[in-house]
Structure formats: structure tokens, C-alpha cells
Write a protein of this length. Structure first.
Ligand SMILES: Nc1nc2c(c(=O)[nH]1)N=C([C@H](O)[C@H](O)COP(=O)(O)OP(=O)(O)OP(=O)(O)O)CN2
Ligand SMILES: [Zn+2]
Length: 114
């Protein structure tokens, strides 16, 4: 019986879209929110699919907290591109990953799935 394990993480980062309607955006910061969805097809004896805490620790290793995203990525760091980048990284560790959602603001975000 499948379950979806969901884990959220917030982080702070600055960025600018390199081409926003024809010109670069000004550099600015957000409190970003990442949510990931991992399918678990069975539970362990404790009733867990995957341990939230272990997933959070893994996310903390890869999430670019307190960074300028333009300094570390060779793509325009939109919510869409960041969701795709995170998806590819997380999928290596959790192959049953279903989806990554990245909220850039409370009102605007993007999700990536295959
Ligand atoms: N599909 C996408 N649309 C937009 C993205 C994105 O990544 N994907 N990004 C941006 C900007 O980076 C912008 O930061 C969005 O944030 P927001 O604060 O809403 O932008 P405002 O200019 O409205 O800022 P205010 O401070 O509220 O004026 C835009 N679109
Ligand atoms: Zn922005």
C-alpha cells in the first residue's frame, strides 16, 4: 500500500532571474520553502515509510541556505529551475521521489516531477 512522505524545509537565499522580460532582475532575497514528496511502498516495524528527520538532515546538506543562488548555479535560478535541480539531487538518494515544490514567496512557486 503506497504512502507519500512529505517534508518541508525553509531557507534564505538571494537571487535574480538573469532574463526577466528581457533584462536581469535586481538582486533580492526570499525566504524560500521547499516541499518534497517521496513514495513509500511499505512501512517499517515502527510504521514509518522514510524517517522525516533523516530526510530533513539530507535536505540540510543540499539546500543552498544563506547563499546567492546566482553565484552557485549556471542557470537562471527561478523557482522552476531550482525545483528541477533539487529533484535531480534528491532522486539520487530517494529513488521513489515523486515531486519537488519550491515556493519563492507565499504566493508564487513551482513544482517539478517526471
Ligand atoms: N514562474 C516564475 N515567475 C517568477 C519567478 C519565478 O521564479 N518563476 N520569479 C520572480 C521574481 O524572482 C520575484 O522575486 C518574485 O517575487 P515577488 O516578491 O512576488 O516579486 P515582486 O516584484 O512582485 O516583489 P514585491 O516586493 O512584492 O514588489 C517573478 N516571477
Ligand atoms: Zn525572486
Amino acid at each position: 500500500m503506497p504512502f507519500i512522505i512529505r517534508v518541508k524545509r525553509e531557507f534564505q537565499a538571494a537571487h535574480f532571474l538573469t532574463d526577466y522580460h528581457g533584462k536581469p532582475e535586481p538582486l533580492h532575497g526570499h525566504t524560500w520553502l521547499v516541499e518534497i514528496f517521496i513514495r513509500a511502498d511499505k512501512l517499517d516495524k515502527g510504521g514509518m515509510g522514510y524517517d522525516f528527520i533523516e530526510i530533513q538532515r539530507f535536505l540540510d546538506q543540499i539546500i543552498p541556505d544563506y547563499k546567492c543562488l546566482n553565484d552557485i548555479f549556471d542557470f537562471s535560478p527561478s523557482a522552476e529551475n531550482l525545483a528541477k535541480w533539487l529533484y535531480e539531487k534528491i532522486k539520487e538518494r530517494y529513488p521513489t521521489l515523486q515531486k519537488v515544490v519550491v515556493w519563492e514567496t507565499k504566493e508564487g512557486g513551482a513544482e517539478y516531477f517526471e
